[in-house]
Design a protein around this ligand. Sequence first.
Ligand code: HMG
Ligand code: MG
Length: 283
Amino acid sequence: MVKAEIFEVGPRDGLQNEAGVIGVAEKVALVDCLSRAGFARIEAASFVSPKWVPQMASSGEVMAGITPAPGVGYWALTPNLKGYERARAAGCDGVAVFAAATEGFSRANLNCSVAESLERFAPVMAAAVADGLPVRGYVSVVTDCPFEGEVDPGAVARVAGALRAMGCTEVSLGETLGRGLPERVDAMLAAVLGEVEAGQLAGHFHNTSGRALDNIEVALARGLRIFDAAVGGLGGCPYAPGAAGNVATEAVAERLAALGYDTGLDMDVVAEAAQMARAMRQQ
Ligand code: HMG
Ligand code: MG
């Protein structure tokens, strides 16, 4: 079987969007459960401004509370050097910077232009290289933007190429709104592949219109083998009005298995984590 990786983002992309306050102990329990499921990487934290995303304010405590499992990397979002320093102090194994393909989303999510966001990431990259930590780069709104509508694939390719050129080891393509049609995802990928190799790309699909699994198949056909997903379909983005959850890890794992890809996940443990995630959502 061909290997494919699910990069679990539930504890971050999922829980950042929950309306209710979720306690540190519950977050720690979710990450610890996920640690037993066979993921190589879990996005467990986000060191953004707590004024912007209060749900992630406890990220340092979550990182201090988890029981790291051998072979599992614990990753975090870092929008700037301050976030990177917090992630480093918390013992993260990798960090992610995040840019957007449109000016409108960049302004809403990071309070700056796309060019300014890339400038802010440069010192994060330098510090991470010095510390030997890998950096993932996200591009948000790769097909549709809540502020600007349909997104030019060329703009996505430029930002993806810039992230790769500054040293990101992997670029995750965020279909933030979850409304992207497979044809448009395919056109976007064709453009991005002119700048970044398939092996260095990940697909990050939300599932508002129920097309995320179709979009994953399109990405598989283009050579991508890494997919972000959240157990229980948790999630959304606080700065993307109307966006629903991430595609559910359990659904992606099942589809990948049906297509002959091996994710190495223990589906019983994934189901246990999905149940915990759904219970958190109901709070
Ligand atoms: P700003 O207000 O322009 O920046 O925010 P600032 O530098 O003036 O900072 C404001 C306050 O936050 C200051 O505190 C800073 O010290 C503090 P004050 O002086 O007022 O007391 N601050 C921080 N505190 C802790 N950690 C930090 C940090 N940085 C500043 N790292 C900023 C600019 C980038 C900070 C803000 O816009 C921000 O935090 N944005 C993050 C938004 C976010 O997390 N969005 C969701 C994640 S992205 C996503 O979900 C998409 C993705 O899933 C892919 C997809 O689906 O597309 C990845
Ligand atoms: Mg997302």
